[in-house]
Write a protein that binds this ligand. Structure first.
Ligand code: FO1
Length: 316
């Protein structure tokens, strides 16, 4: 019986489904591959936003309203940084700073990002494998009508306002999949792959750009199911819809299906987009319909269970 599920995940939306999967599968049956294209050095600290969002979400420690960082935070460090004239555009809570300090210390001591992530996740009581896509740096660069922007400059400092012309994932050609990611994708025991509802360009594409991952996914005999991050034409959070139109891509859930069409077997879309599935009966990838908006912890688990059932159907 093939038992291991691999999830590809970015920030908020993806982390919610990763949470649902973590409450549906034991640690040995779930590996979560996380985007590190948003990582950057800031105030001398190595910051890995998507890894932290997944870790905090699985640990029930995330600030859900804010969509990033810790719950029950104080901001005394940030206030003092500001008073002392340091950069304050990227808000770091006191507890969050502790995590960045320890990760930076672990990396400086020669640990890989994978090992540092595992050590910190264990301290949060997270048993499931949170795997950075690579131990080598990959950085998302957004080419806009205002020139090239590093990811956090685009996303936080400029609030995604500039028009996106293209995206580059600097370092992806030289970066290797980590040994842990390579092992997770080993077909011997692979039940299937779930692409979580994260931004296709900012969260999933950087993961696919690493080494030969996209080619590996295409070649899998195990099923690959993606969950649409777009419902009724709009992204539930973040700039995906805006970016798709700025990049001249088809919009909506069908646009997502097109972006992923070379390596997924099916795309799970929301009931509000059911008409698309009726119009495209013999579409490739197949369009499956379900309730994919995760408004509660319960609905995260429900969606995870739905994805697992579809994976098993797709494998038959
Ligand atoms: N996003 C913001 O819009 N403003 C911030 O000040 C901010 C701080 C921050 C600190 C730590 C962290 O892990 C994430 C943070 N984010 C912030 C979100 C971050 O830019 C995004 O989570 C990802 O990079 C994209 O999903």
């Amino acid at each position: 019986m093939r038992t291991r599920v691999v999830a590809l995940c970015g920030g908020v939306g993806g982390a919610k489904l990763a949470y649902g999967l973590s409450r549906s599968l034991p640690p040995e049956e779930l590996s979560i591959i996380v985007n590190t294209g948003d990582d950057f050095e800031h105030l001398g600290l190595h910051i890995s936003p998507d890894i932290d969002t997944v870790t905090y979400t699985l640990a029930d420690a995330a600030d859900e309203a804010q969509g990033w960082g810790r719950a029950d935070e104080q901001w005394t460090v940030m206030q003092e940084i500001e008073r002392l004239g340091g950069e304050n555009w990227f808000q770091l809570g006191d507890r969050d700073v502790a995590l960045h300090l320890l990760r930076t210390q672990l990396l400086r001591a020669g640990n890989t990002l994978t090992v540092a992530t595992a050590k910190l996740a264990a301290r949060f009581g997270v048993g499931h494998a949170i795997l950075p896509m690579s131990n080598e740096p990959v950085r998302t660069v957004v080419e806009t009508d205002e020139g090239e922007l590093a990811f956090q400059d685009y996303f936080v400092r400029r609030r995604c306002e500039p028009k996106t012309r293209a995206l580059r994932y600097v370092g992806a050609d030289d970066a290797r999949l980590s040994p842990e990611v390579t092992r997770a994708l080993d077909e011997d025991n692979l039940r299937g792959v779930i692409v979580c509802p994260s931004n296709p360009y900012l969260s999933i594409a950087p993961i696919l750009a690493v080494a030969d991952l996209r080619v590996r996914l295409r070649a899998l005999s195990a099923p690959v199911l993606a969950v649409s991050p777009i419902v009724a034409g709009l992204a539930l959070k973040g700039p995906a819809t805006k970016m798709m139109s700025e990049l001249g891509a088809e919009g909506g859930a069908l646009g997502v299906a097109r972006i992923y069409s070379d390596f997924i077997d099916a795309l799970l879309i929301d009931a509000r987009d059911a008409a698309l599935a009726r119009e495209c009966v013999d579409a490739d990838p197949r369009l499956l319909v379900g309730n994919i908006v995760m408004a509660s912890r319960y609905s995260r688990v429900e969606l995870a269970r739905t994805c697992l059932a579809h994976l098993d159907q797709l494998r038959k």
